[in-house]
Design a protein around this ligand. Sequence first.
Ligand SMILES: *[C@@H]1O[C@H](CO)[C@@H](O)[C@H](O)[C@H]1NC(C)=O
Ligand SMILES: *[C@@H]1O[C@H](CO)[C@@H](O)[C@H](O)[C@H]1NC(C)=O
Ligand SMILES: *[C@@H]1O[C@H](CO)[C@@H](O)[C@H](O)[C@H]1NC(C)=O
Ligand SMILES: *[C@@H]1O[C@H](CO)[C@@H](O)[C@H](O)[C@H]1NC(C)=O
Ligand SMILES: *[C@@H]1O[C@H](CO)[C@@H](O)[C@H](O)[C@H]1NC(C)=O
Ligand SMILES: *[C@@H]1O[C@H](CO)[C@@H](O)[C@H](O)[C@H]1NC(C)=O
Length: 345
Amino acid sequence: MLLLTLLGFVVLTSGNVLRNHKFGDILIGSNDFATPCSTNISNTWVNIFLMIDVSTSMGTANLRQLALSLSSEFTQLSIATNSCQPHTNQIAVITYSDTANIVANLTQIQSHQDLANTLLSLKISNSSSAFGIAKALNLSVEVWNDFDFNDFCPTDRVNVFVFVGASVNNVDVTFVENLPFIVNHQSVITINANPKDAVLTQVFNYISSPSFNLSMADKNVYKDFTWALTQANCDCSSFEQLTAFNTTANKWQKYADCFQLYSFTGYHDPANSICFEMGRSTDATITSTVKENFVRQMVKDWSNEIPIWFIGLHRNAQKKWVWTDYDGSEVPVGFSSLFSQFQFS
Ligand SMILES: *[C@@H]1O[C@H](CO)[C@@H](O)[C@H](O)[C@H]1NC(C)=O
Ligand SMILES: *[C@@H]1O[C@H](CO)[C@@H](O)[C@H](O)[C@H]1NC(C)=O
Ligand SMILES: *[C@@H]1O[C@H](CO)[C@@H](O)[C@H](O)[C@H]1NC(C)=O
Ligand SMILES: *[C@@H]1O[C@H](CO)[C@@H](O)[C@H](O)[C@H]1NC(C)=O
Ligand SMILES: *[C@@H]1O[C@H](CO)[C@@H](O)[C@H](O)[C@H]1NC(C)=O
Ligand SMILES: *[C@@H]1O[C@H](CO)[C@@H](O)[C@H](O)[C@H]1NC(C)=O
């Protein structure tokens, strides 16, 4: 009981602050332009670590429902038969209650039938404790490390940590504190099998990535799960990713727009931009309020140190102000009062 009270306190005091700090207050409206991420589950390329609570709180009925629903929902997901295949996914299954066990590492599940068999074979333990959740997370990392060391082809899969839980009975508060360091900015999806449990709900809302906190009480939970996987798959790696609150969907949503601040010395030539030399990048094209707000937020801490900003807006050979588009072509200015405090090249 002491542990749970403490956990509740930690979550209450830092939850909202962290969320707002991470993404600011950028809202996206129906008329705002940003590049949507694919929502096609057939194109994802991720490692999924399914950590499933098999304590008595989960119960046999929930566990069976989960197994059947996931097996059916994942039929569109490509499962890797060999780790080197691009645009295929690997799924590890780990169960926990008072302790945790690896049921399948990243290479054991090679077909939809394997997945169904693995999930349908899971059994509820004889314990009501979820103490093993911390070990389950560590086992995910272990499974990933084992895989990584044994593999000789480059794997660009991003990791997605999924907790399917029914309680946080006996969970040690250090689990919540350590999780961000272990997960290290990768995606966390939570599926809450017992939304009436206020502490579980609070913990899962806290540890999940924004809007990746799903509830089994929601009839769209498995659709939302596949949506979250496509969002997790849409990843800018080390770049800053445009993320905004979609007021229609009532969700944080990632977009396929990646930004990077880059400093250089010398003269800037938009026709032969330094960005083109850096892979498939272009100067920042700020064609909507949501992008403007996002870039403003990115440069906010820098603006006093860096005297001159170069973005995609420039005067072309005809002396007209234009933006540089992703392919290097020109887009006329259609959006006023941008970045007026900055100097343009
Ligand atoms: C999803 O992607 C797959 C594989 O690339 C493709 O065959 C399918 O038509 C796509 N589905 C939709 C709805 O776009
Ligand atoms: C639960 O099962 C394990 C073996 O699976 C056994 O060692 C343990 O004593 C059991 N605990 C209870 C409380 O029945
Ligand atoms: C999990 O790993 C973290 C960091 O590596 C460690 O501090 C913690 O004790 C581990 N927890 C368990 C239950 O193994
Ligand atoms: C996964 O487990 C199988 C069966 O236990 C084992 O043969 C294989 O080496 C493991 N793979 C990795 C990458 O650890
Ligand atoms: C997810 O978390 C947010 C923020 O804490 C909360 O407003 C929302 O109700 C949660 N959703 C579910 C399904 O629990
Ligand atoms: C916001 O969410 C709605 C509903 O899911 C979707 O139709 C719309 O395209 C989203 N808007 C943007 C700008 O992504």
